[in-house]
Design a protein around this ligand. Structure first.
Ligand SMILES: [Zn+2]
Length: 253
């Protein structure tokens, strides 16, 4: 999924950089960056909604105690947010490490064999559709301007100035999770006892249809199908934890 998004949003950027010079690049890069952040936020919120809804519906199926619901719900939200943050931190750090290694290798190659690297850059522009002459001229001009950034962009698809910060990625995904989790928490705690489960199920399914549509829109995939997938996933989660809660209520209570 992310692979096709990447190529779809990369092509306009590289086209404009060969047409309008390197100054056209930062705009499309930061737009893509913002889109990725937004998508990550929606996915994090989605996670918060589904896992917390499953948790509180399961507890509500076993017990009518508001205290039990609140305790289990808050502990679940905290655990989920931390697990999201740690997972995000690890994955973004790993990605940044490998990007840094690739950039260091590129920098070394530029120092060791600039002539070879110039022709490599020109070959990349030829592969994108420029004539041999124009490609060489573009490569020469970009090399004179900022060889390292040009190579990082064309060969690696990395903007050396815009590597993702693992701390901010961790913080924002935890925040998104908590924001999503608030919805099922409020939906289960606010209504009277007999309405708890139906209100939560309805609220969560409507919210998931919304986040599913938004994330499909951001990713450019068919909205109905994506929303349906998310809604079915959420319904399944709540259905299963409801059964688990009922069973546990019978066994323990
Ligand atoms: Zn190179």
């Amino acid at each position: 999924m992310s692979g096709s998004d990447e190529s779809a949003s990369k092509n306009p950027g590289t086209e404009s950089s060969s047409a309008a010079g390197p100054h056209a690049e930062p705009h499309s890069e930061s737009f893509r960056g913002r889109l990725n952040w937004l998508r990550a936020g929606v996915l994090g919120a989605n996670d918060g909604i589904v896992s917390t809804a499953g948790l509180v519906v399961g507890v509500a199926a076993a017990s009518t105690s508001t205290q039990a619901l609140f305790t289990a719900g808050s502990a679940g939200v905290a655990a989920g947010a931390i697990s999201m943050a740690v997972g995000e931190y690890v994955s973004v750090s790993t990605q940044r490490d490998s990007e840094r290694a690739l950039l260091a290798k590129e920098r070394r190659e530029l120092l060791e064999d600039p002539e070879y690297e110039l022709h490599e850059l020109a070959a990349n522009y030829r592969a994108k559709g420029l004539s041999a002459e124009t490609a060489l001229k573009a490569a020469e001009e970009l090399t004179a301007h900022d060889a390292f950034t040009a190579h990082a962009d064309v060969e690696l698809g990395i903007d050396p100035k815009e590597l993702t910060n693992p701390w901010s990625a961790a913080g924002s995904s935890a925040l998104a999770f908590v924001l999503g989790a608030l919805l099922p928490m409020l939906a289960i705690l606010l209504p009277p006892v007999s309405w708890r489960i139906p209100v939560t199920v309805a609220t969560v399914l409507v919210a998931l249809a919304l986040t599913g549509t938004i994330s499909a829109r951001l990713g450019g995939s068919p909205r109905m199908r994506a929303a349906l997938r998310v809604v079915i996933g959420g319904a399944l989660a709540m259905g299963i934890t409801y059964c688990v809660g009922q069973l546990a209520g019978v066994v323990v209570g």
